[in-house]
Write a protein that binds this ligand. Structure first.
Ligand SMILES: N[C@@H](CCC(=O)N[C@@H](CS)C(=O)NCC(=O)O)C(=O)O
Length: 220
């Protein structure tokens, strides 16, 4: 039986998009099942429909036979064990890629709180508070530093092939687009690369077609 990746609403669930891209890029065979988030228990990790498939109360969750892996980075690492090109091959580049993915996984709280993921939404550019502006500046610096050092061979952070680090920053690129965040030329070009991979375009198409809404997220 092929692994099943449970994801949240494609429009809103940035954590779901990350390992879904990784699995799509890996070429591994997997099935995707979508659970609408929102309503009773949501944001407290107590939604009955999510708890039924993920003991942490969160999606994404990957079912591999009877095993459940319920964290975006752990799912991505599981894929990379089978498809090592999901990380760069040189050890120091790989360490930088892991560090970039982990910085996203454990940080950028202001960006995540104030510019929530909403793939199909477009707002007028807004003033960013100091903390969000600091997150945006840090992300631009990180992207440009990695692209200049490792990206000469292609459009991704580490060159021609997308890695887990690129997957982890794709939802960030959607937030910059949604809220009209102005980027420098290099970062804008990289952001556009993330938003035009065939896998992201497939996800986006489904996000646009979804009828479930989370009104709080559409009004922020
Ligand atoms: N650290 C987890 C975070 C997962 C997460 O927060 N998922 C959200 C959806 S994007 C969720 O399931 N929320 C349900 C809830 O909070 O009730 C990961 O990386 O997978």
């Amino acid at each position: 039986m092929k692994p099943i990746l449970y994801v949240g609403n494609r429009n809103y669930s940035s954590w779901s998009l990350r390992p879904w891209l990784v699995l799509a890029w890996s070429g591994l065979d997997f099935e995707t099942r979508t659970l609408p988030l929102g309503g009773a228990g949501y944001s407290h990790r107590q939604m009955p429909s999510v708890l039924a498939i993920s003991p942490s109360g969160t999606v994404p969750a990957l079912h591999i036979g009877d095993d459940v892996i319920s964290d975006s980075l752990a799912i991505s690492e599981w894929a990379a064990e089978q498809v090592p090109s999901l990380w760069p091959s040189a050890p120091i580049a790989r360490a930088h890629a892991r560090s970039a993915a982990c910085e996203m996984h454990s940080g950028f709280v202001a960006l995540r709180t104030h510019l929530t993921c909403n793939i199909r939404r477009r707002t007028a550019p807004r003033a960013l508070n100091e903390e969000v502006a600091r997150d945006v500046a840090r992300i631009e610096t990180l992207w440009n530093t990695l692209r200049r050092r490792y990206g000469a061979g292609g459009p991704f952070l580490f060159g021609a092939t997308p890695t887990i680090a690129d997957a982890f920053y794709t939802p960030v690129a959607t937030r910059f687009r949604t809220y009209g965040v102005k980027l420098g030329e290099e970062a804008a070009q990289y952001s556009e690369t993330l938003l035009t991979t065939p896998a992201f375009l497939e996800w986006e198409k489904e996000a646009i077609a979804e009828s479930w809404t989370i009104p709080e997220s559409d009004e922020k």
